[in-house]
Design a binder for this molecule. Sequence first.
Ligand code: SF4
Ligand code: SF4
Length: 199
Amino acid sequence: MEQTTKLPESVKYDLTFAREIYSLENGSYIKQCMQCGMCAISCATRDIMDYSPRRLFNLIKLGKKDEVLKSNTFWYCTSCCTCKARCPRGIPLVDVMHDLKRYAIKNGYVDYPQAAFCKAFWAEVAGRGKVFEGGVTARFYLIRGLDEVLKAMEMKDIGINMLKRGRLPMFPPKKIKGMGNLKKIIRKAQEIQRKEEAR
Ligand code: SF4
Ligand code: SF4
C-alpha cells in the first residue's frame, strides 16, 4: 500500500494588527527585537504579567491582537526603564508600552483598572494643568463604578491617615496660569499625532 506523508497545514498570519502597532510612534522598534529575553529577566513586575515584554512583542509580530490587548503586560509596566537600559537593540520599551496603553484605550480594551486611572489622570491634567489626587480618585471611581468603590472602602484607613497627616489635600488647587496656552499645546500635539498615525 502506498504511503502518503501528510504535510502540516500552513499557518496564515494576519499582519493587519502588527502593521497597526508598527505605525504607532515607537511601534516600529518592535521589528528590531531579536527575542534575547534580556527585558524579561530584567523586569521587576514580570512575575505578575501575563506575558513578558519579549513574549508580547512576539505575539504582536504574530498578529495575536486579542492576546496582546487583553493582556495585563503593558498595564503592569511601571516605566522603571530597566529593560530599556539593558536591551541590546536599544529598543525604548517604556515608550512602546505607553503606545500600547494608548492604543488599547482607543480601541476599547479598558477592562483593567489601570486604563481608568490613565484616563482619570489625563482628564485631571488637561482640565487643571496639574494633578489633584481627589480629582483623579473621583474620576477613577466614576469610570469604574460601584464595585470598585466598595473595594476601595477596604483601604479607607489609609486614606484617613493620609488626610490627617496632610498627605492628601482636601481641596483642589487653582488651575495653573496660562491654561489657555496649555490647551493650545495639547491641541497641537494631538494634531501632530493624528497626522503621524494617518501616514
Ligand atoms: S531585550 Fe530587547 S531585543 Fe531582547 S527580547 Fe527584550 S526587546 Fe527584544
Ligand atoms: S519599564 Fe516596564 S517592562 Fe521594562 S523592566 Fe520596567 S516594568 Fe518591566
